[in-house]
Design a protein around this ligand. Structure first.
Ligand code: UDP
Length: 490
């Protein structure tokens, strides 16, 4: 607080859930806010902060912003490496038991409270952290939620959960996952049961995952705004409906491209880095040299992101499918991502030999750079929302093999709405993989290529100075300043 004129400086507290995708998105938005002169405190739980510092240069990168500060908060999670999806709830239980009370104290009477030297004037938490939104309301701090999952899933499976339950679509009755869901406004002839949030499949009316989804949806509705990593045209099927429930939506995607563009354009402070990596695993950059040796659009990139896993059987089906397609491939095999005891000595020799000839396998790749490389002609993906956005802006067609959460809906929209890929949902068969890879890569002038080009152009337009995402970012910054002003007047 400036004691002389009693004004507050804009100070945003950003608080992502402790996983690769959200931390990456939040850091990008944090840097964009810093560029506009807003003070940002970035609160990471200890468990995710450790690998972030280990594998990136975030500390030196952000040291050029005197208005940026990292803070950490204990979460009671001991793991030194990030956990896979099946331990998601374990991490969240730690947050619930350890982080939650400390956070409240920090905001209500501690170092970010109104009594502190630089109080937080606006909070931007992940909407999953409903406790953070509760604390913001208790401490009279304006709050804008940031959702890093897809708007199509947020609309259909979160904000419409009461509609789905009322219509008898959830819990599922019978076993026909192809049954159309007609109760959700805007997506009437698009979505089937199998496309809804993955936890709905096992929901029997008492599943705690569903309680969490309901809670997150309620949290979004009480915040003053909602930030989404999308651009207006891409989600025009759902955004007009969403705005009826949450009128103040900021669409600022593709966030990684917006971030890169604004940073390149910014001369003060001048850009020194060549990498913007926020990876919580060590990136293997050798794969970029391997890609350099390939002709344009000849390589298929395979990755299932930071949380998904596959069994040894699934690995072999996908491996055979990719190898049999004859396309050179770059495959990310994240440590711990293969379950059920992978043992290379039991892999058929012909697969290993063919892989030596046409494959490159790494533990973690600089994915944004990979997808932007001219050699990449397709992406076999788990359909995580960040991966989907990163692929869309580069015009890379996808073979979707969704795993959990919003990925089922993302792959449906990729295949049916945006028509930029093939949805392999619920199948994992070498013949289908081979066919899908050929399908997206062999056809130079087919409908998929036309759509990927169209969406890539629209994505790029949205981040130009007059593009919708730039305008929404500007509005977000203005609103943060206005919210700070109104806090001062309180
Ligand atoms: N990613 C990466 N290197 C890899 C694999 C993934 O940098 O080898 C990044 C990718 O660029 C994306 C994030 O990890 O930003 C994964 O997020 P997504 O939402 O796609 O999936 P999740 O990991 O949350 O399931």
């Amino acid at each position: 607080m400036d004691q002389q004129n009693n004004t507050l400086e804009p100070h945003v507290l950003m608080f992502p859930i402790p996983f690769q995708g959200p931390v990456n998105c939040f850091l990008k938005l944090a840097e964009l806010l810093c560029l506009s002169g807003i003070h940002v405190t970035f609160l990471n739980t200890e468990h995710i902060h450790r690998p972030l510092l280990r594998h990136t240069q975030v500390l030196s990168r952000f040291s050029r912003y005197p208005n940026f500060k990292f803070e950490t908060i204990p979460d009671g999670v001991e793991h030194e490496t990030p956990v896979p999806r099946d331990r998601f709830m374990e991490v969240m239980a730690g947050v619930d038991a350890v982080t939650k009370p400390l956070f409240r104290e920090m905001m209500v009477s501690g170092r970010f409270s109104w009594k502190s030297e630089r109080p937080v004037t606006v909070m931007i938490p992940d909407a999953y952290f409903s406790f953070a939104v509760d604390v913001a309301i208790e401490a009279s701090i304006p709050v804008i939620c940031f959702e890093t999952i897809s708007p199509c899933c947020l609309w259909t499976s979160y904000l419409n959960l009461p509609t789905l339950i009322e219509a008898g679509d959830v819990p599922f009755e019978g076993s026909d996952l192809d049954q159309l869901i007609t109760s959700v406004p805007g997506t009437k002839y698009i979505i089937r049961k199998r496309d809804l949030f993955s936890s709905f499949r096992t929901y029997d009316g008492s599943n705690s995952d569903i309680d969490l989804i309901a809670k997150e949806a309620r949290t979004i509705l009480v915040a003053q705004g909602l930030i989404l990593n999308t651009f207006e045209e891409l989600d025009n099927v759902v955004l007009p409906h969403m705005r009826k429930l949450c009128p103040n939506i900021y669409t600022i995607g593709p966030l990684h491209s917006l971030h890169k563009t604004k940073l390149m354009a910014n001369k003060n402070p001048p850009r020194q880095e060549t990498t913007y990596s926020n990876s919580v695993w060590k990136e293997d950059k050798n794969c970029m040299l391997w890609l350099d040796k390939h002709d344009p659009k000849t390589v298929i990139y395979v990755s299932i992101g930071s949380l998904a896993t596959m069994t040894v059987e699934q690995l072999l089906e996908i491996w055979y499918g990719v190898v049999n397609s004859g396309k050179p491939f770059l495959w990310v095999r994240r440590p711990g991502s293969i379950t059920g005891g992978y043992d290379e000595s039991r892999v058929p020799i012909e697969l290993l030999e063919r892989t030596k000839e046409i494959g490159c396998i790494v533990e973690w790749a600089p994915q944004e750079d990979v997808l932007a490389h001219r050699a990449i002609g397709g992406f076999l993906t788990h359909s995580g929302w960040n991966s989907t956005m990163e692929s869309i802006v580069e015009g890379v067609p996808m073979v979707c093999w969704p795993h959990h959460a919003d990925q089922q809906m993302n792959s449906r929209f990729v295949g049916k709405v945006w028509k930029i890929g093939v949805d392999m949902k619920d199948t994992c068969d070498r013949l289908l993989v081979e066919k899908a890879v050929r399908n997206i890569m062999d056809s130079k002038h087919n409908a998929i290529t036309q759509s990927t080009n169209t969406w890539a152009s629209l994505a790029k337009e949205s981040i130009t100075e007059i593009g919708s995402s730039s305008i929404h970012l500007g509005r977000l910054i203005d609103d943060i300043l206005a919210m700070t002003m109104s806090s001062t007047l309180m």
